[in-house]
Design a protein around this ligand. Structure first.
Ligand SMILES: C[S@@+](CC[C@H](N)C(=O)[O-])C[C@H]1O[C@@H](n2cnc3c(N)ncnc32)[C@H](O)[C@@H]1O
Length: 202
């Protein structure tokens, strides 16, 4: 399909901007955000520590932690993501956020959440939506994650959360603070339309 035809098609179907982020895949492939998070988490993990990759997708962040010697588990809502990560050698539980994790069980948590703000009328309800969309304020998955995080961390445990300027870095840090979590920015990268940071949460 040529460029002209494509733009006509988009107008006639009134496709939402999120469509621009999609290919044909149903599993989020490792991207700039995944690499930024993986680097920060790998730098902080000790061999033998128990690590959890929430929303593991293809398993890229989990595999990076495993290569660094961590004992890793992934969670994801998307069954295709669970399959793909398992095929990459990552043990995965199909679950919401931290729900199946026992209290004080984890040394390090990594989460690259769905974070794009999106209005309900533009949502498609497919698995790529689950990977990308963070609801109206971009924080639909981030807030419940922060509410439950302290429960699963061991003494000395820490978490690494990818946050975009589109989601509101200040708002996420304030909400983390309201949940008793200290945050600091340990990595960042700027792009034309957003700034990505990795928050370390204790
Ligand atoms: C932005 S993608 C990140 C994937 C991968 N961690 C990476 O960095 O490449 C977000 C992932 O979180 C998963 N996800 C979204 N909401 C979730 C939830 N409530 N519980 C578990 N996983 C979730 C999506 O299916 C998707 O795989």
């Amino acid at each position: 399909m040529g460029d002209d035809e494509e733009s006509v098609d988009r107008e006639s179907t009134d496709r939402p901007p999120l469509a621009d982020q999609r290919g044909v895949d149903t599993v989020y492939g490792a991207s700039e955000d995944s690499h930024l998070l993986a680097e920060a988490a790998v730098e902080a993990v000790e061999p033998g520590e128990r690590a959890l990759d929430v929303g593991t997708g293809s398993g890229y962040v989990a595999a990076s932690l495993a290569e660094a010697g961590a004992d890793v588990l992934g969670t994801d809502l998307n069954p295709a993501a669970c399959r793909e990560a398992r095929e990459a050698g990552i043990p995965v539980v199909r679950a919401n956020l931290l729900d199946p994790i026992q209290a004080s069980a984890v040394d390090l948590v990594a989460f690259n959440p769905p974070y794009l703000p999106s209005a309900p009328e533009t949502e498609w309800g497919d698995w790529m939506e689950t990977a990308l969309s963070g609801g109206e304020d971009g924080r639909a998955a981030v807030d419940p994650f922060l509410e439950d995080l302290s429960r699963v961390l061991r003494d000395g445990g820490r978490a690494f959360l990818l946050v975009s300027s589109l989601t509101g870095i200040k708002a996420v840090r304030e909400y983390a603070g309201s949940q008793g979590l200290d945050s600091s920015i340990v990595a960042e990268e700027s792009f034309p339309f957003e700034r990505l940071v990795v928050l370390r949460l204790l």
